[in-house]
Design a protein around this ligand. Structure first.
Ligand code: DUC
Ligand code: ZN
Ligand code: ZN
Length: 472
């Protein structure tokens, strides 16, 4: 067999197996898994782990937010940063403006991404205006074109849907096979708590956490799961922050409902104390739901280990700190409610979980692969092309050095944000080479990828009815 490239002598890890073998790559695909392969070129992977490229299924790039505020990363810097951290696919968002169509959103985000991305990408739609035309005419067409998932919000004035609208969206998801991601926080609780805190003069960044306590997330998570049960459709709860929401997810799963759930690095590595750093520093950690405390971090670890949480994404929402278009949009003593929500994390996502999860024995190597690549590929309709090291699949591969010790510093990262919330974290394990469809895009500390290499991914539907068959 004529093989273009052989990755030789590494330990190949999938969600099921850990095996010593060579990986043969031709035409951007994996064509052979065996010992003793030869090819036109070869890469020595002795002592390295050969992992499926990461799939970051939740990241915001070039997303329009409020007037005067800008995301630091578009598709070029965002995907560059992702690639340097071992990620080879991002699923970002195409956000519908109220009064506009989903089609307009998708076209707008294609214009932003198509010649810019260094790695492959897809879009989840964000539905903010679920009119009958949007749900019954546009959505089925877009799903058939490969936009097979959408996110809906239970909070944020310009994004949130009421229960009736959520029900309509879930029914449309069931009819089209689309996957629904839900941002579960109770909007009215947040606005009431925010008013109470502001009236008491409690406006520093640390009160962001007080305005969105765990019960706000717990109530909305329960409601989202109950509405999914009503419609008999699977849902995925995004960015789960701690024990109370996890209890609700476990409850839904134990009822036999097909509930998927995602968490993110901020809920393992940050706490509400970070929001209380000196001066305006706490603004660097403002994201929603907010980081909780050490006990909640442990609950998130347990839920990752036991499979209650099955997807690990970054929720990269990049705002520069020292910037009037970023965290300082409303000044350096802004009310917590006026600080743009979101933190960066595309490049550090996998290394943080690898170090604190795999190297400590909290999760196995195969669980790491499942959480960061295989399960998101499955849930979001990218299998069998993405998410594993398998013959016929894309040669999206990260070579990881499990011995590499390093300290996270923003100087080492490739995003366009001027800080990382993980500054100073000491890690073991690092992606040293990333291949996107057989092309090295990151190697030995150098970016080799080029904008425009990334391809748009049309995704399939994956079956989203819960196992009750509508009999409840
Ligand atoms: N919360 C979100 O829901 N999205 C982006 C960032 C954030 O903090
Ligand atoms: Zn969200
Ligand atoms: Zn998000």
């Amino acid at each position: 067999m004529d093989i273009d490239l052989v990755v030789k002598g590494g330990t190949v890890v999938t969600a099921a197996d850990v095996t010593r073998c060579d990986v043969g790559i031709s035409g951007g695909r994996i064509v052979a898994l065996a010992d003793g392969l030869t090819g036109k070129t070869q890469v020595d992977a002795t002592g390295l782990l050969v992992l499926p490229g990461g799939i970051d299924a939740h990241c915001h790039l070039a997303q329009q937010v409020e007037p005067g505020v800008e995301m630091a990363d578009g598709f070029e810097s965002g995907t560059r940063s992702a690639a340097c951290g071992g990620t080879t696919t991002v699923i970002s968002f195409a956000a519908q403006q109220r009064g506009a169509t989903l089609r307009e959103a998708v076209e707008e985000y294609h214009r932003k991404a198509d010649d810019s991305a260094l790695i492959d990408y897809g879009f989840h739609m964000i539905i903010t205006d679920p009119t009958p035309a949007v749900l019954h005419e546009e959505l089925p067409r877009l799903v058939s074109e490969g936009y097979t998932s959408f996110k809906i919000y239970m909070t944020y004035e310009d994004l949130k849907l009421d229960d009736r609208q959520i029900i309509e969206c879930l029914a449309a998801a069931r009819a089209t096979g689309a996957r629904t991601m839900i941002h579960a926080e109770n909007s009215d609780c947040i606005s009431w708590l925010t008013e109470v805190l502001e009236a008491a003069g409690q406006t520093a960044p640390r009160y962001h956490a007080s305005s969105r306590p765990p019960l706000v997330e717990r109530e909305a998570t329960h409601r989202a799961i109950s509405l999914a049960e009503l419609i008999d459709v699977s849902v995925l709860i995004v960015h789960v922050s701690g024990a109370e929401a996890i209890e609700q997810i476990r409850w839904g799963q134990a009822r036999g409902l097909d509930i998927h759930a995602e968490t993110c690095p901020q809920y393992l590595f940050l706490t509400a104390d970070d929001l209380d750093r000196d001066g305006f520093e706490g603004a660097k950690y403002v994201c929603s739901p907010p980081p909780r405390d050490a006990a909640n971090q442990e609950a998130v670890w347990t839920a990752l280990r036991t499979g209650v949480l099955d997807v690990f994404s970054s929720d990269h929402a990049p705002f520069r700190f020292n910037d009037p278009a970023g965290k300082m949009a409303n000044g350096v003593d802004a009310d917590f409610a006026d600080i743009p929500n979101g933190i960066p994390g595309l490049e550090t996502r996998m290394a943080l979980l690898f170090s604190a999860g795999v190297m400590t024995g909290r999760i196995s190597l195969s669980q790491f692969v499942a959480l960061t690549s295989t399960t998101p590929a499955e849930i979001y309709g990218l299998r069998p092309r993405k998410g594993s090291i398998a013959i016929g699949g894309d040669a999206d591969i990260g070579l990881w050095d499990p011995e590499a010790k390093w300290t996270v510093s923003n100087d080492l990262l490739h995003h366009a944000v001027d800080y990382t919330p993980y500054e100073g974290q000491q890690l073991q394990g690092r992606c040293v080479t990333t291949f996107s469809r057989g092309v090295a895009v990151w190697d030995d500390g150098k970016v080799l990828g080029a904008p425009g290499h990334g391809q748009f991914l049309r995704r399939s539907t994956t079956g989203n009815m819960i196992p009750t068959g509508g009999t409840r």
